[in-house]
Design a protein around this ligand. Structure first.
Ligand SMILES: Nc1ncnc2c1ncn2[C@@H]1O[C@H](COP(=O)(O)OP(=O)(O)OP(=O)(O)O)[C@@H](O)[C@H]1O
Length: 242
């Protein structure tokens, strides 16, 4: 069966414009697959390139080389070659992304932020609001906050809105960048259960979890990103995939 996500020989270099266009290589030859129902966790030390791999997969960062294939129904889309319109379409239907930080339109209420994500291709408005209420309750966000915009919420409250939004949507591929970083133990456990439920539903998950207990609970496999570090002494020409 075709994997939901496949990275083939993916590389990332950053060009430092403030440093005379110097190029730094972050990862090279990244190759792995994520199947439906699996949670693959990216491990390795800080700064090794874990978030960069997620950002290339969601199309936020351009890959410098290689292919990132995402299954969209019967077709595979190579994110590295996709147009901005195709990437927006994938994010609206196929790829869910939960980062550590909540970015929302100002003045939109928390309930609307989550309901907007829950509104599926066929689902109605009331169904979406019901799903939003369910997720916010599960994540213990006090009901008195639901009608307020989340901009002034605490770090942990904002993160729970972010998770509610990310997990309310029905997506076949979920990218999770430290979704439990500022949560208390009870809410961390809830997120673990929600991730397990997504796995049972056949969602493919690629995530970063610094909390070892969470990682051990959810990981089907851990990939050490250090193995994709560019070799010391590799020439810039080698690092740059033309
Ligand atoms: N937009 C950017 N411009 C230049 N360098 C960047 C950019 N984004 C990331 N980097 C660099 O790429 C390297 C990998 O960063 P990345 O955030 O992917 O690491 P990480 O493994 O997720 O780290 P952490 O565990 O600390 O979050 C770092 O050296 C970082 O400074």
């Amino acid at each position: 069966m075709t994997p939901v996500l496949e990275l083939q020989d993916v590389s990332k270099n950053f060009t430092l414009h403030l440093r005379d266009q110097a190029e730094i290589g972050v990862v090279r030859d990244v190759s792995f697959k994520v199947d439906a129902g699996e949670c693959v966790v990216l491990g390795g030390p800080s700064g090794i390139g874990k978030s960069s791999i997620l950002k290339m997969t969601t199309g936020n960062y351009h890959a410098s080389g290689g292919r990132i294939l995402v299954r969209d129904g019967d077709v595979e889309v190579d994110v590295t070659q996709a147009s901005p319109r195709e990437i927006l379409s994938l994010r609206a239907r196929v790829i869910g992304y939960v980062s550590q930080f909540l970015r929302v339109i100002p003045r939109v209420s928390t309930l609307d932020v989550v309901a907007e994500a829950a509104r599926g291709e066929n689902g109605g408005e009331e169904q979406a609001r019901e799903k939003a209420r369910e997720m916010l309750s599960l994540l213990r966000l006090p009901e008195k906050l639901w009608n307020l915009p989340p901009a002034t919420f605490s770090g942990g409250e904002q993160q729970r809105v972010n998770i509610a939004r990310g997990l309310a949507a029905s997506r076949s591929l979920l990218l999770l960048d430290e979704p439990t970083a500022s949560l208390d133990a009870l809410n961390r456990q809830t997120v673990v259960e929600l991730i397990e439920q997504k796995k049972r539903e056949g969602v493919a998950i690629l995530g970063i979890f610094h909390d070892e207990d969470v990682r051990d609970a959810v990981a089907s496999r851990v990939i050490d990103v250090s193995r994709f570090a560019p070799q010391p002494g590799a020439s810039q020409k080698e690092l740059t995939h033309a």
